[in-house]
Design a protein around this ligand. Structure first.
Ligand SMILES: Nc1ncnc2c1ncn2[C@@H]1O[C@H](COP(=O)(O)OP(=O)(O)O)[C@@H](O)[C@H]1O
Ligand SMILES: [Mg+2]
Length: 308
């Protein structure tokens, strides 16, 4: 694990990545078409090989960028993804049927849908003002995007790898809750938000890793996923500012979202008042009796009409 870093970072005038001269890395198969087509000029180094993707530092048009290569479907749990894909739009009915049946064509379509979700989400979120890596296109199954860097130009640490003062932890929490709200305003829930998928860039937290982003309106698990995302962020930052652990932003933003009242600048309190009024049992029983009598009356009426 990386040494905890200080935040905020010390200012640095030039942000350049050290060139690793004299070291030639083997070019990954997936990046060869991009090199051949001149989309990238050079593969500098492998940044991370995560559970679902490998990320490389590349140079492209004179800029240092990141290339994300997705791992094969076989390496990911099929069932686990089923809950994310609910409510996701697919292009045609043939595609939807194939995906549902999980035929070979269906698997390929699912694979494409998975990759495209991340690219689509990044473009959508950039335009909604959410701080995610800026995408530079999707080529032969590879996502090219901004390299999120720290103040020295090195790839940024993850949120779980930095030591924060309580004050900065509270600032990050406020900012990240605001980002989750913005995402929800465009109908998206990250679905895997945690200390591993937030980078601490030179200008603050940046949310990454969105292939599983879910549609808030079309997924039955939407609120559960939103709650988990918010809880993960809160628990990570609550290590530095324990008072955060008493907040409930997910319930509050979801209540506003469901009423169609959530806006990017909605002022949230972190307090969610649950409806804990005890139902009046007598009243409920009375309503049930009335409904039953009404049904009997209707049934008798129907029988009488049939007999005449
Ligand atoms: N745009 C980026 N800038 C800097 N580092 C990145 C970027 N995208 C990914 N990484 C690094 O690569 C790791 C894996 O990428 P991620 O998108 O989270 O894929 P995975 O599905 O494998 O978790 C991240 O934890 C992060 O350290
Ligand atoms: Mg990740």
């Amino acid at each position: 694990m990386r040494r905890p870093q200080e935040w905020p970072p010390k200012p640095c005038k030039v942000a350049v990545l050290p060139l690793q001269t004299g070291f030639l890395m083997r070019i990954p198969e997936a990046l060869k078409p991009l090199l051949d087509d001149g989309i990238i000029d050079e593969v500098r180094r492998q940044l991370k090989s995560g559970k679902e993707a490998s990320v490389y530092v590349v140079s492209s048009g004179g800029e240092i960028r990141c290339a994300k290569v997705y791992k094969d479907m076989g390496q990911r749990s099929f069932q686990q993804r089923a809950q994310y894909q609910e409510g996701r739009k697919v292009r045609g009915s043939r595609q939807a049927r194939a995906m549902a049946k999980s035929t070979r064509y269906g698997r390929k379509e699912q694979e494409e849908a998975w990759k495209n979700t991340e690219v689509d989400a990044l473009y959508q979120l950039v335009s909604a003002g959410v701080r995610v890596p800026k995408p530079f296109g999707f080529f032969s199954g590879v996502l090219l995007m901004e390299l999120v860097a720290d103040g020295e130009g090195n790839s940024a640490p993850r949120l779980g790898e930095v030591e924060l003062t309580p004050e900065v932890a509270r600032d990050f929490h406020r900012f990240l809750i605001g980002q989750v709200v913005r995402m929800l305003c465009v109908g998206l829930i990250h679905g895997d938000l945690s200390e591993f998928n937030v980078l601490v860039g030179a200008d603050g937290p940046v949310i990454i890793d969105l292939p599983q982003a879910v549609s808030a309106a079309g997924n039955n698990n939407a609120f559960a996923m939103l709650s988990r995302d918010v809880r993960n962020l809160t628990e990570t930052l609550g290590r530095f500012a324990p008072e955060l652990l008493a907040t409930d932003y997910a319930g509050e933003m979801w209540a506003l979202y469901e009423k169609g009242e959530l806006a990017p600048d909605s002022a949230l309190t972190g307090i969610c008042v649950k409806d804990e009024t005890v139902p009046d049992v007598g009243e409920v029983m009375h309503a049930i009796d009335e409904a039953r009598e009404e049904a009997i009356r209707r049934e008798l009426g129907r029988q009488a009409a049939e007999a005449s």
